[in-house]
Write a protein that binds this ligand. Structure first.
Ligand code: NAD
Ligand code: UDP
Length: 334
């Protein structure tokens, strides 16, 4: 397949590029490098099946030649980044997703949207199944990311229902691994860098909030499984517009086009993560408590039954093993 990845120079986009090239596909990466880094894809430059275009995907998107699939991953992703770039985040979720869908339609390509567990907001159910509609504060600082992704999901489903586009939506839960930026502000990168530098680990709030962490290799495997899964994996009655318009209040069947959670269901408190990082690095760093950011979700854990059922996917990398590899990476770069 010839596959376009928006956000291809980012943490996840670069791992996806590696995996897809390894499987014999051709990858065109498009990225404006606002949070990504050229060094993430430096090893791919010059590869006969890889090309890079520096471009803002909110602008009219044109790519020469055929495309079989588009993976739309462009977006600031860490809270620190999207709080610093609120308008760019809303624009890439809305305008960027619209451009990516338009290009997919023009090329007859499949489109896979990188959505997020953040569509569940500060969830009132735990773990979160895909059927949960979420608890998002649209006007909080975090709302820029959550609502951008909720809009992105809505327009993706509209292109699927209205235009019959073959779309996929992955709701990605907290993911970690090599190529995270040391200063991107996410909890795993912050704690590891702080531990390696002998600085205090900064716990926001009292550290009882929970997250569930998926290693990057597990995540990209799940995403590629979703990308290549057959369109008729389950019966889809929604491509018929009249059915959609007249029967929209009826329960809809679950299909490969519905969102799929990909994440690791092992749930830890932030305090647990700090202690684990201290143990695995052998660091003597202290722990320092800081104020909790506004609307920081109190719990987060994926219900992955749909991924298991539709794709036969589940994570394989133990947190301790993934963290050891990530710590090794950060030892080289900080
Ligand atoms: P990242 O910041 O490393 O990668 C995002 C990439 O998108 C960057 O390279 C950035 O330069 C690029 N980009 C942003 N706006 C752009 C624009 N307008 N035009 C072109 N390129 C643009 O983040 P990541 O962790 O690799 O996340 C990738 C995707 O996965 C994002 O859509 C994010 O919302 C989603 N996601 C990630 C996680 C996670 O834990 N890493 C969790 C949930 C969802
Ligand atoms: N967090 C923390 N210390 C840090 C960075 C983050 O305690 O130095 C907390 C943050 O408040 C949140 C959790 O760790 O409760 C995960 O934060 P992250 O930014 O990694 O991602 P989120 O899941 O909030 O999008």
């Amino acid at each position: 397949m010839r596959i376009l990845i928006t956000g291809g120079a980012g943490f996840l986009g670069s791992h996806l590029s590696d995996m897809l090239i390894g499987k014999g596909h051709e990858v065109v990466a498009v990225d404006n490098l606002i949070t990504g880094r050229a060094e993430n894809i430096a090893h791919l430059m010059g590869h006969p099946r890889f090309s890079f275009i520096k471009y803002n995907v909110c602008d009219y998107l044109h790519v020469d030649g055929p495309l079989d699939a588009i993976l739309h991953f462009a977006s600031p992703a860490s809270p620190q980044d999207y709080l610093e770039m609120p308008i760019a985040t809303l624009k890439v979720g809305a305008l960027g997703t619209h451009k990516a869908l338009g290009l997919a339609k023009a090329k007859g390509a499949r489109l896979l949207l990188a959505s997020t567990s953040e569509v569940y907001g500060d969830p009132l159910v735990n773990p979160q199944p895909e059927s949960y509609w979420g608890n998002v504060n649209p006007i909080s600082p975090r709302g820029v990311y959550d609502e951008a992704k909720r809009f992105a999901e809505a327009i993706t489903m509209a292109y699927h229902r209205y235009h019959g586009l073959d779309t996929r939506i992955v709701r990605i839960f907290n993911t970690y691994g090599p190529r995270m930026r040391p200063n991107d502000g996410r909890v795993v990168s912050n704690f590891i860098v702080q531990a390696l530098q002998g600085k205090p680990l900064t716990i926001f709030g009292d550290g009882t909030q929970t997250r569930s962490f998926c290693y990057a290799d597990d995540l990209v495997r799940g995403i590629t499984d979703l990308l290549v899964a057959d369109s008729d994996k389950t019966v889809d009655q929604r491509t018929d517009r009249s059915t959609f318009l007249t029967k929209s209040s009826q329960p809809l069947p679950e299909t490969i086009h519905d969102p799929v959670n990909i994440g690791n269901p092992r749930e830890l408190t932030v305090k647990d993560i700090a202690e684990l990082v201290l143990r695995l690095t052998g660091s003597k760093s202290a722990i320092e408590y800081r104020p909790l950011p506004a609307d920081d979700p109190k719990v987060r854990r994926p219900d992955i039954r749909r991924a298991k059922m539709l794709l036969g996917w589940e994570p394989q990398v133990e947190l301790e093993d993934g963290l050891r590899k990530t710590i090794e990476y950060f030892r080289q770069v900080v």
